[in-house]
Design a protein around this ligand. Structure first.
Ligand SMILES: Nc1ncnc2c1ncn2[C@@H]1O[C@H](COP(=O)(O)OP(=O)(O)OP(=O)(O)O)[C@@H](O)[C@H]1O
Ligand SMILES: [Mg+2]
Length: 161
């Protein structure tokens, strides 16, 4: 099977990272799933915070490493923020992640590559790489519709490369 196409976004600073989050947030709907991978300090949580802000979450969003899943209320949609870095396979099975993935809200999963078998087939995969102190390269890989359409649209609008 051929890999889906990927799209690139260069962020020079945190503000540019927030702009990408805001562009994506325009397309969110119940059941949106975005996975976030990249080294420690790449910016997975920073990106999640920007997403939360874009959808009107008023609570402080911090790393859910020890709680694994945190739920927030946005203007129109619930926001589920996961960090599966410390999750064992047994715990993952017990958590019933599908309830979130196929639920009413939008889900962001930090360190998703650790639970790849449990991810829904349709999702937007985002990997973040350091490219300097405040520079980051985002690679977006859409798996299925509507994510393919989001990416093509953002490319047409000159936001993604
Ligand atoms: N362009 C940028 N995009 C995202 N974060 C940036 C950017 N420039 C600087 N930063 C900083 O990089 C750090 C990223 O840390 P963050 O906690 O988001 O990483 P993480 O990928 O979630 O790491 P972990 O795997 O430990 O959870 C933050 O301090 C953030 O302010
Ligand atoms: Mg984090």
């Amino acid at each position: 099977m051929t890999e889906p196409a990927s799209y690139i976004y260069h962020a020079d600073n945190l503000e540019h990272t927030a702009q990408l989050a805001a562009h994506l947030a325009c397309h969110f709907e119940p059941g949106t799933v975005i996975t976030l991978d990249g080294d420690l300090g790449a910016g997975k949580t920073a990106f999640s915070q920007a997403v939360a802000k874009a959808i009107g979450v008023r609570h402080v969003v911090n790393s859910p490493t020890f709680t694994i899943i945190k739920e927030y209320v946005g203007d129109h949609l619930p926001f589920y923020h996961m960090d599966v870095y410390r999750l064992s396979q047994d715990e993952a099975d017990e958590l019933g992640l599908d309830e979130y993935f196929f639920g009413e809200g939008i889900t962001l999963v930090e360190w998703s590559s650790l639970i790849v078998d449990l991810l829904p087939p349709e999702r937007l995969s985002v990997t973040i790489e350091h490219a300097g102190d405040t520079e980051r390269v985002f690679r977006l890989t859409p798996h299925g519709q509507p994510y393919e359409q989001w990416c093509t649209e953002l490319k047409e609008n000159g936001i993604l490369l």
